[in-house]
Write a protein that binds this ligand. Structure first.
Ligand SMILES: Cc1cc2nc3c(=O)[nH]c(=O)nc-3n(C[C@H](O)[C@H](O)[C@H](O)COP(=O)(O)OP(=O)(O)OC[C@H]3O[C@@H](n4cnc5c(N)ncnc54)[C@H](O)[C@@H]3O)c2cc1C
Length: 403
């Protein structure tokens, strides 16, 4: 077994990773990061994408730093960084990251689960064999999540669940739901909440997809009517689910710091040169647009560097702390500004919805711009992140009860 603790070992690992990627990453998927969104919001992948997901899952490299005993890669943070570099070099992407099992539920089970829960749930997540959704929001509990009313009763040998969730991403495709329920209606609202791991394949669970303005149906209304869960479905302690739930949100926000939403991957200055006038020096002719574009590119670079520094400072740990709220808001700003600028640059071509006068990229850009609006809502809204930053990071007076 190679020694990966030293730089020399790391270079050996780099060689191993490069060779494995050459042998296993299907060339047809090179650079196709756009497939991630479809995997997140749509049915199970097929063809090369399914093959790539299986291979990464079996190798454990979709969850590179998770413990090998549960099927994870067991890599050190340094090795995981090398793997990420080699994947970028190969034009590869991590197909397991398209699921809430890997980005949110799995890390929370690793944090709070019993040994039995880890053995039961982590390996199928690692291999991408199961899909999870997160059941937090309710019609009357969004930002004020602790107002949730979904009722969970202790029936001696099982839990009985009744209530409604909303905006449940991917619920229609999910096998399991990690959900917050009320187990005590007499306690102060944050204290009567528990976190349950619930099987979606049962008669008591119904999902109704909601259609978005962008045309997609990424999320559902989810109804629980006498749904059941075994006693060991409780994650963490009874009535202490608020703590477990907040931890999951930190993992969610940490996974949303990449600033990639709401636009296409082509560099903005290249897109600009296709649609707007350039001067003799090849620069965008409009000085105002040029200035705003430059400002955006600097902001994007600053965000990227800050993110890299945060990851380095966390020594490769998940980065799931309150600081994730800062990075999530910064990522949202960068992605939404990019999407707005792209549309402005495209002019009339940025108004396309369908039809022959618009190419696929143009239509996708408009849809991406619309979907990008969701970045400042999901995982806790922009304003709620600002509340967390003010309370938990800056120590300003607490006058809200949000997560
Ligand atoms: C694409 C997408 C996917 C989602 N996926 C899921 C999912 O998988 N599971 C799930 O459970 N939920 C999911 N959600 C729901 C999401 O978590 C909620 O929409 C979000 O928490 C906001 O809640 P709300 O929609 O009820 O808005 P509200 O809470 O009603 O907020 C409305 C507005 O008021 C502002 N506001 C509210 N309270 C405060 C305050 N205290 N201070 C300052 N401003 C405030 C908000 O910032 C917002 O602008 C998803 C949402 C989207 C858009």
């Amino acid at each position: 077994m190679a020694d990966f603790g030293s730089d020399v070992g790391l270079e050996e690992f780099r060689t191993e990773a490069r060779a494995w990627l050459e042998a296993n990453f299907p060339p047809s998927l090179k650079g196709r990061t756009d497939l991630m969104a479809a995997m997140m919001d749509g049915p199970a992948p097929t063809g090369d994408l399914a093959l790539w997901k299986t291979r990464m899952g079996e190798k454990g490299w979709g969850t590179p730093t998770w413990p090998a005993e549960y099927g994870g890669g067991g890599l050190s943070p340094q090795q995981a960084r090398v793997l990420a570099q080699e994947m970028a070099r190969a034009g590869a992407f991590n197909p397991l990251m398209a699921g809430m099992g890997v980005t949110m539920i799995g890390p929370t089970i690793l944090d709070y689960g019993t040994e039995e829960q880890k053995k039961a749930h982590i390996p199928p997540i690692v291999r991408g064999e199961v899909r999870w959704c997160v059941g937090y929001s309710e019609p009357n509990a969004g930002s004020d999540l602790a107002s949730l009313q979904t009722k969970c009763e202790d029936k001696g040998d099982h839990w009985l669940i009744n209530g409604q969730k909303i905006w449940t991403s991917g619920a229609q495709y999910s096998d399991w739901c990690g959900m917050l329920v009320r187990t005590d209606f007499t306690a102060k609202k944050h204290d009567g909440i528990s976190f349950m791991l619930v099987d979606m394949h049962q008669p008591g669970v119904e999902t109704r997809p909601i259609k978005l303005i962008s045309g997609a149906s990424p999320f559902c209304e989810t109804f629980f009517t006498d749904a059941v869960a075994p006693k060991d479905a409780l994650l963490g302690q009874l009535n202490v689910g608020w703590t477990v739930g907040k931890r999951l949100l930190q993992h969610e926000r940490a996974s949303q710091t990449g600033a990639s939403g709401g636009g296409r991957a082509t560099p903005l200055n290249e897109i600009a040169k296709r649609y707007v006038e350039v001067d003799e020096a090849g620069r965008i002719a409009d000085p105002d647009l040029r200035t705003r574009l430059t400002q955006h590119l600097m902001d994007a670079r600053i965000h990227g560097l800050t993110l890299a520094r945060a990851v380095a400072e966390s020594k490769g740990a998940s980065g799931a702390t309150n600081a994730a709220s800062v990075l999530k808001n910064s990522a949202t700003n960068v992605a939404q500004t990019r999407a707005e600028l792209t549309l402005e640059i495209m002019g009339a071509q940025g108004l396309g919805w369908e039809g022959e006068t618009f190419d696929n990229d143009e239509i996708e850009t408009v849809r991406g711009w619309l979907f990008g609006k969701a970045m400042s809502i999901y995982g806790g809204s922009f304003e709620i992140q600002n509340n967390i930053i003010s309370k938990r990071i800056l120590g300003l007076p607490d006058n809200t009860q949000s997560a």
